[in-house]
Design a protein around this ligand. Structure first.
Ligand code: DAH
Length: 351
C-alpha cells in the first residue's frame, strides 16, 4: 500500500472511531492513538525527509492535511460529547427546590401538660364544643364581680391572688372567659377555654401557675342531665370506657346548683386494689375528684342578658378542671412540681 493510501486509511479509521466514541474520555484516548508522539501519522510526517524527493511534497501535504482533519474531527466530536455529558449530569443531579427540606430527626416530645390539654380539647371538639383562649391579665370585674363573687369572697384577698393594680390581676381561673364569651357571642354557645391561671400557692399539689380548662354550654333546655352526660363522655374518653361519674353537692359563686364531679377509679374496683389492699390512687374510696361544675347561676346570665342570655329563656352548665390534676391522676404523678422542674428523666417517660 502506498504511503498516501495508508494516510487516507488512517483518516477513515479515525473518523469511524470518533463517531463510535461515547465519551470525552474516549476522544482523549483517540487523540493519543492517532496524534500522539508514538502514533503512526505524526511519525510518517517526521520521516518525510527520508523519502525520495519526488514523493516528499505529496506525502508531506497529505499527512499534514490528514493530521489537521483528525484534529478538527476529534475537537468537534469532543465538543458534542461534552454537551451531551453536561446535559446528562444536569438531568441526573437536578434538585427540585420546591420539595420540602429533609425533616429534622424527632428530638424531644410534647410536654405532658400539652399532651393532656390536646387530649381534652379533642374530646370536647368531638362533642361539638369550640375552643377559645382569653387574657391571663384580667380585670377584677371579669375574674370575680361578673361571676357573682361576694365582695368578701376569700379568693379576692391579696394573700391568695396576684394583683397588678387594685382592679387588675392575674386570673385565678379560666371562668372569666365565660362572661367574655357570652358578651361576644349570642347563644347557643358551646365553648371550652384552656389556659394558664395564677394563685399565691406553692406545695406538693399547688404551684403559683397552673392550667385549667373551662367549659360552658348555654342553650335552651339545658339541664343537669346534659352536664352529667357530657362529663361522663369526657371521663370515659380520658380514663377508660368503663368509667362512671357521680355528682356531689358543692358551692361555687357562679353556678347554682354547684357540684363536684368524681370519676370512678381506673386503678381498682370499689377502692380495693388487685391484692385486696386499699387502692393507693383513690385512697380506697373508689372515686377520684376531677372537676368543679354546675348550672350557670341566673345572676351571671343576667349580666349578659342584653346579648340574648335572658335567664328566663336559656340555661347553661359550666365546668372547670385542672389540666395538671387530670394528668397526675391519669399517669400516677405524685408531685405537681415535677411538671415544672424540667427534669428530662421525668419528661421523657411520656412519649
Ligand atoms: N373556677 C373554679 C376554680 O377555679 C372551677 C369551676 C367550678 C369552674 C365550677 C366552673 C364551674 O366553670 O362551674 O376552682
Amino acid at each position: 500500500m502506498s504511503v498516501t493510501d495508508r494516510i487516507e486509511q488512517l483518516e477513515r479509521e479515525a473518523q469511524a472511531a470518533a463517531a463510535a466514541a461515547a465519551s470525552t474520555v474516549a476522544i482523549e484516548e483517540l487523540r493519543v492513538r492517532y496524534l500522539g508522539r508514538r502514533a503512526e501519522l505524526p511519525n510518517l510526517l517526521r520521516d518525510v525527509a527520508q523519502l525520495p524527493t519526488d514523493q516528499r511534497g505529496a506525502v508531506g501535504s497529505a499527512a499534514n492535511r490528514a493530521r489537521k482533519e483528525i484534529e478538527a474531527l476529534l475537537e468537534r466530536r469532543a465538543g458534542e460529547l461534552a454537551v451531551a455529558e453536561l446535559e446528562a449530569r444536569l438531568r441526573s443531579e437536578r434538585v427540585d427546590v420546591t420539595l420540602p427540606g429533609d425533616p429534622l430527626p424527632a428530638i424531644g416530645r410534647l410536654h405532658l401538660i400539652t399532651q393532656t390539654r390536646r387530649e381534652i380539647e379533642d374530646v370536647f371538639i368531638g362533642l361539638g364544643f369550640n375552643v377559645a383562649e382569653g387574657p391571663e391579665i384580667e380585670s377584677v370585674h371579669y375574674n370575680f364581680d361578673a361571676l357573682n363573687h361576694d365582695p368578701q369572697h376569700p379568693a379576692r384577698a391579696w394573700t391568695d391572688t396576684f394583683y397588678v393594680t387594685d382592679e387588675v390581676l392575674l386570673r385565678t381561673h379560666t371562668s372569666p372567659m365565660q362572661v367574655r364569651a357570652m358578651e361576644r357571642t349570642p347563644p347557643p354557645l358551646y365553648l371550652i377555654v384552656p389556659g394558664r391561671v395564677y394563685r399565691r400557692d406553692s406545695d406538693v399539689t399547688h404551684t403559683p401557675q397552673f392550667h385549667q380548662v373551662e367549659g360552658l354550654a348555654v342553650d335552651e333546655d339545658i339541664t343537669l342531665a346534659d352536664l352529667k352526660g357530657t362529663l361522663l363522655e369526657f371521663a370515659r374518653a380520658i380514663f377508660g370506657a368503663e368509667r362512671e361519674v357521680r355528682l356531689r353537692p358543692h358551692f361555687f359563686p357562679f353556678t347554682e346548683p354547684s357540684v363536684e364531679v368524681d370519676v370512678s377509679c381506673f386503678a381498682c374496683s370499689g377502692g380495693l386494689a388487685a391484692g385486696g389492699e386499699r387502692c393507693g390512687i383513690c385512697k380506697g374510696t373508689g372515686w377520684l375528684e376531677i372537676l368543679g361544675s354546675g348550672m350557670v347561676d341566673p345572676n351571671v346570665l343576667a349580666g349578659v342578658a342584653a346579648n340574648g342570655y335572658d335567664p328566663e329563656r336559656v340555661q347553661g352548665f359550666a365546668f372547670g378542671m385542672g389540666i395538671e390534676r387530670i394528668a397526675m391522676l391519669k399517669h400516677g404523678v405524685s408531685d405537681l412540681r415535677l411538671f415544672y422542674d424540667n427534669d428530662v428523666r421525668f419528661l421523657e417517660q411520656f412519649a
